[in-house]
Design a protein around this ligand. Structure first.
Ligand SMILES: Cc1cc2nc3c(=O)[nH]c(=O)nc-3n(C[C@H](O)[C@H](O)[C@H](O)COP(=O)(O)O)c2cc1C
Length: 314
C-alpha cells in the first residue's frame, strides 16, 4: 500500500527521468510501480544550455568531473528545472494516468515559479495552482518540490529550510487539493533540523520524499566550473556515491516516525543504485524506494528487483 492505495511494488522512479506520458508508460512497463512525472510549473521554462549532466566524483570539498563514466553511477545535474506549457502537461498527465496499470501509482511533481517583484503570497498561490491542475489531471499524489532556492533571502537557502514558508506552501496546497500531498526535501544540515522541520510540516503533508540531492559546487579537473553560465556553479550531485548521506537522513526520518513523532509516509530517494540498496531502505521501513540515476542508466533495475522478490517468496 502507498498512501492508502494498493501498489504492486514499492519501487519507483523519482522526479526527473519521466519527462512525459511516453516515459511514464515505458517505465511502468519496465516494472517500476511508483512513477513520478518530472517537475512541472505554471509556465513554460526552458532548460539550461547543454551539457546538463556530467559524471563526477563526489569528493570532500566539491564534486569533480570524472574522466571515466563510472558506469553512470554518480552525476551532477544542472537542468534549471524546466517545464512544458501547462496546457501541454495538463493533458499529458491525464494520458500518463490512463496508460499505467492497476497497482501502479502516479505522482506529479510541481514547483512554484517566482515572478519578478512577486511576494511570498504569489509564490504560494502559484504552487497551489499547479498542484490543483495536477490533481485535476488525475495524479494519485502531488509532490511539492521544496528543495529549490528560496527567492526571498540573501543568504542562499532552500525553501524547505525556510520552515514558515514551506509550511504555508503545504498548507495552501493541502487545502486546495484532495489528493495526498508529499513534501520533497533536501539534505538537512543537522539531525535536529530534520526532526524540527518534519514535525512542523507534518500537519500539512501526507509524506516526505528525501533526499533530493547533495547540492554542491562542481568543478572540472582543472578547477574551472563544470557548468557554464550564471547560477550554475552549484549543481545537484546524485547517484551511487550519495547513498551514505541520503540513507542516513532517511534513517533519521524513520527513527522519528518510529518514536511516534508523527505518522507520515517516507519515500526514500538518493543513491539507490542497486537492488540491495532498494531492499535495504524498504526493510528499514521506507514506504517506497525511488531511483533517478539508476533508472536512466540501468532500466532493467526493476526487473531484477522483482526477480529477487519472486525468489524470496518462493
Ligand atoms: C536527469 C535528472 C533529472 C532530474 N530532474 C528532477 C526534477 O525535475 N525534479 C526533481 O524534484 N528532482 C529531479 N531530479 C532529482 C531526482 O528526483 C533525485 O532526487 C536524485 O536524482 C537522487 O536520486 P538518485 O541518486 O537515484 O539519482 C533529477 C535527477 C536526474 C538524474
Amino acid at each position: 500500500m502507498l498512501l492508502g492505495r494498493p501498489v504492486s511494488s514499492s519501487l519507483g522512479v523519482a522526479a526527473g527521468p519521466l519527462l512525459n506520458s511516453k516515459w511514464v508508460e515505458a517505465y511502468a512497463r519496465l516494472g517500476f510501480d511508483v512513477l513520478t512525472y518530472a517537475t512541472v510549473r505554471s509556465t513554460f521554462q526552458a532548460a539550461y544550455a547543454l551539457p546538463n549532466i556530467r559524471h563526477v566524483d563526489n569528493r570532500e570539498l566539491a564534486a569533480v568531473v570524472s574522466r571515466q563514466a563510472n558506469n553512470g553511477a554518480t552525476i551532477a545535474v544542472s537542468l534549471g528545472e524546466p517545464s512544458m506549457e501547462p496546457d501541454v502537461w495538463r493533458k499529458d498527465v491525464r494520458r500518463a494516468k490512463e496508460r499505467i496499470g492497476r497497482g501502479q501509482f502516479l505522482i506529479v511533481s510541481v514547483i512554484g515559479t517566482p515572478r519578478p517583484g512577486g511576494d511570498a503570497e504569489a509564490l504560494i498561490a502559484d504552487y497551489a495552482r499547479c498542484a490543483g491542475w495536477a490533481a485535476e489531471a488525475g495524479a494519485d499524489a502531488i509532490e511539492i518540490h521544496l528543495a529549490t532556492p528560496d527567492p526571498f533571502v540573501e543568504q542562499p537557502q532552500m525553501i524547505f529550510e525556510n520552515v514558515p514558508l514551506a509550511a504555508r506552501i503545504l498548507h495552501r496546497t493541502r487545502t486546495t487539493v484532495d489528493a495526498p500531498v508529499l513534501a520533497r526535501l533536501g539534505a538537512f544540515k543537522t539531525p535536529r533540523l530534520l526532526h524540527e522541520t518534519a514535525t512542523r510540516l507534518a500537519p500539512w503533508a501526507h509524506g516526505y520524499v528525501l533526499v533530493h540531492s547533495i547540492n554542491r559546487k562542481v568543478f572540472d579537473d582543472k578547477g574551472a566550473p563544470a557548468f557554464e553560465g550564471h547560477g550554475r556553479e552549484r549543481a545537484d550531485v546524485v547517484g551511487a556515491q550519495t547513498f551514505t548521506v541520503a540513507a542516513r537522513q532517511v534513517a533519521e526520518m524513520l527513527a522519528w516516525r518510529k518514536a511516534g513523532a508523527w505518522d507520515r509516509a517516507i519515500l526514500a530517494v538518493g543513491g539507490i543504485s542497486t537492488v540491495e540498496r532498494a531492499r535495504e531502505v524498504l526493510r528499514e521501513g521506507a514506504d517506497a524506494a525511488l531511483v533517478a540515476t539508476a533508472a536512466l542508466f540501468d532500466p532493467l533495475f526493476a526487473a531484477r528487483f522483482r526477480q529477487v522478490r519472486t525468489a524470496e517468496v518462493a
